[in-house]
Design a protein around this ligand. Structure first.
Ligand SMILES: [Zn+2]
Length: 358
């Protein structure tokens, strides 16, 4: 009798633990932040300059992602984005297709089939390699006008970034915004109109090409406000959503070996993460993963001051480097992102955690 009671008690505890474990492990929503070119040194430069007042470096789970592509030791943003959006390595320059050019389903396409909503926000053109890897399929990242046509498939319920020219000033003289409006998209061209939109589908085309650096005129509120709007729209779907937000100019600044801008752009991405973090804390069922597609500039921090919040560094290259990039995770399922993983594993973790199947 005593034994039977003990067995029952143990079983009850196990059921409770399993239930609690399951609840902890399964997010409804996923927000992926990609700091393009953001290696560990870029992050620590931001931490130093902010007086250790950043949001994502304080996330409870950290890991590393290995970034090599199918044909290069050093990846570009197309192959790097594709690894995260599809779980397969491809050649540099390719957007969600295999090296033989066959299409690979992206997490956006898979999530939408399962009834989730999807969105992409970028400070670059929305047709640029990183957001394109989630929405389009093309053997060449430079085929911006072809990539823009993929947005007419509705693979992203919300997309906000630059790239008006790829939709409305095309070599085939088509105006894709006409089609987008027919599909129910509210097409907006500036931040006030974006903030005021009440549509469940939004195409935010905020610049002819990519948006400028913050110190060249991009509204420091843009990325955070666009992230907030995307969350407001996507969270209406009770089945959940997948949102990808890219800080593109970290990469550009590091290509230029410009330390000041690199720091500014890392802190800009963090402002957007803060919006998502506040949302995730309230919702309780949202996983946030912050990572990079690759490191840019081979940055190494060679000097600085904690008191003065200054940092200096040297860049080893004008291109990308091969180093592992950091991964920061918060929310249910975050523990899947600890340790060293391949960039393609991120996708498989997302799929498992969101209970999605190819
Ligand atoms: Zn780059």
């Amino acid at each position: 009798m005593k034994n039977r009671f003990r067995i029952l008690a143990i079983m009850l505890i196990m059921i409770i633990l399993t239930a609690a474990g399951r609840k902890e492990q399964k997010p409804l929503n996923l927000i992926i932040f990609i700091g393009d070119g953001m290696g560990t040194d870029q992050v620590y430069a931001g931490m130093t300059a902010s007086g250790f007042n950043m949001t994502f470096p304080a996330f409870p789970v950290t890991g590393f992602s290995i970034t090599y592509s199918a044909n290069r030791y050093i990846t570009d943003s197309a192959a790097g984005g594709t690894a995260i959006s599809t779980g397969e390595k491809t050649n540099n320059g390719m957007i969600a297709v295999r090296p033989d050019s066959t299409e690979i389903p992206t997490i956006f396409e898979i999530a939408r089939k399962a009834g989730l909503s999807t969105g992409a926000v970028s400070t670059s053109t929305i047709t640029h390699a990183t957001p394109a890897s989630f929405i389009a399929h093309d053997a060449s990242r430079g085929s911006y006008e072809e990539i823009a046509k993929w947005f007419l498939k509705g693979n992203a319920d919300v997309f906000i970034g630059g790239g008006i020219n790829h939709f409305s000033a095309r070599s085939d003289s088509a105006d894709l915004t006409v089609d987008l409006k027919k599909m129910g998209y509210d097409v907006v061209y500036n931040l006030p109109d974006l903030k005021n939109s009440r549509s469940s589908r939004i195409a935010g085309l905020m610049a002819e090409e990519g948006l400028p650096y913050i110190d060249e005129g991009r509204d420091p509120d843009f990325l955070a406000a666009a992230t907030a709007k995307a969350l407001e729209v996507l969270s209406q779907n009770k089945k959940g959503f997948v949102l990808m937000v890219e800080g593109s100019q970290i990469d550009w600044a590091a290509h230029d070996n410009n330390m000041k801008r690199t720091v500014e752009e890392v802190l800009d991405l963090d402002r957007a993460v803060k919006i998502a973090y506040d949302f995730a804390r309230k919702s309780g069922n949202t996983l946030i993963v912050v990572t990079a597609d690759h490191e840019t500039g081979g940055l190494s921090l060679t000097g600085g001051s904690i008191e003065e919040k200054t940092v200096s560094g040297t860049f080893g290259t004008k291109g990308h480097s091969a180093v592992m990039v950091p991964v920061f995770a918060y929310g249910p399922g975050a523990s899947s992102f600890s340790g060293v993983q391949d960039n393609t594993d991120l996708f498989h973790d997302f799929m498992k955690l969101l209970s999605l199947k190819k």
